[in-house]
Design a protein around this ligand. Structure first.
Ligand code: KG4
Ligand code: ZN
Length: 343
């Protein structure tokens, strides 16, 4: 099945062309094109994403990326079997741009159109191989049950997965998402937006044990998270310790965040006798988080799956995977922007 997917939920415009086969039991993807137009430079002066600017940029970028796909060679629109687009969660003015664009295409070519859940896109992103490569088909028996951690700018969610189509939410953040905490602490350190990569870079020059920031909810029995108190601790630390060593602050904050994410995920994985741990979302590109979670999983004999870096950040290839599975599961998302859509 050839799928054309569109992603416009936040500040990246994405269009991808993906071949999918194997169904829910043995899915196999081939990424033919995965185009992303980043708006980071546009939003940077504002220190965060401005919804109406995002909308304007998506409207400008969508036809440009689409033309690139058309001119990329052997893809004829008639050969597309399924159109899909992110319907939520995300910024509603931004989501509508993708929905409007794909609706016209699907009507014109008389092909099925399904809505995709952005969080399911992140969740499934570990299944995507490099462009034009194939990935071995993973046997469900070997990977499930699994525990999946989705960490992005808007979400921090822990799931227990029975299969690719069945899961239960174990916990989520009660306030800020992990990525949001990275972005806010970056602002306190006068680093540019988005803060995650900047903190990671600065942290390399710092000592993670220099400041003992709190590990919020680490010892609570539930699987919820909270990061706003940690951000406030950084604020107070900076207020009371000037001039501060910014690299030490970055490294110590990063370590506190990663400790909570890794230890809670590992505890859930052990409790539910998981065979695998999956990590996804923008914050999953953080090397400390990836490495520590990978090592923790390996130490306990579990598989560890994280997408290639380019599939961590928002992209449309992961939306193609989410659309494929939504189509197979007959999960009919409303074709309308749903800012708070859950998983
Ligand atoms: O998944 P994503 O691209 O967009 C959302 O769906 O939210 O995630 C973006 C978030 C931002 O908060 C960004 O600061 C964070 O991911 N992020 C990182 C890193 N790269 C991106 N956080 C920590 N370390 C990184 N290397
Ligand atoms: Zn995302």
């Amino acid at each position: 099945m050839k799928i054309l997917a569109i992603e416009t939920s936040c500040d990246e415009t994405g269009i991808a062309l993906v071949e999918a086969s194997g169904g829910l039991r043995a899915p196999k993807f081939r990424v033919l094109e995965n185009l992303v137009a980043s708006q980071i430079k546009i939003h940077r002066p504002f220190g965060g994403v401005v919804p109406n600017l995002a909308k304007r940029e998506h409207l400008k970028n969508l036809p440009i990326l689409f033309k690139k796909i058309l001119h990329s060679g052997f893809y004829i629109l008639d050969s597309i079997d399924l159109f899909t687009v992110t319907v939520g969660p995300g910024l509603e003015p931004a989501l509508w741009t993708g929905i409007g664009f794909v609706k016209e295409l699907a009507e014109k070519y008389k092909k099925p159109l399904v809505g995709a859940n952005h969080l399911e896109g992140h969740l499934y992103s570990f299944l995507l191989p490099s462009k034009n490569a194939e990935r071995e088909v993973l046997s469900a028996k070997r990977i499930f049950p699994a525990v999946a951690l989705i960490v992005s700018g808007g979400h921090t969610i822990l799931l227990k997965m029975e299969s690719l189509a069945k899961w239960k939410k174990l916990g989520e953040t009660r306030d800020d998402a992990a990525g949001e905490a990275f972005d806010k602490v970056a602002r306190l350190l006068t680093l540019p937006y988005p803060g995650g990569p900047e903190i990671e870079k600065l942290a390399r020059k710092g000592n993670p044990a220099a400041i003992n920031f709190p590990r919020p909810m680490l010892h609570d029995k539930n699987y919820d998270f909270s990061f706003s108190g940690l951000k406030t601790s950084v604020l107070y630390y900076l207020r009371d310790n000037q001039p501060a060593n910014k690299a030490d602050v970055a490294a110590s904050f990063q370590k506190a965040t990663v400790d909570v994410l890794v230890q809670k995920t590992l505890r859930a994985a052990k409790q539910f006798k998981a065979k695998s741990i999956m990590l996804s979302g923008g914050v999953a590109s953080n090397k400390l988080l990836r490495n520590e979670l990978r090592q923790a999983a390996k130490k306990t004999g579990m598989n560890f799956f994280a997408p290639e870096i380019k599939y961590n950040l928002d992209n449309a290839a992961m939306i193609a995977a989410a659309g494929y599975f939504a189509y197979l599961r007959k999960k009919k998302y409303k074709m309308a922007a749903q800012g708070d859509l859950g998983i």
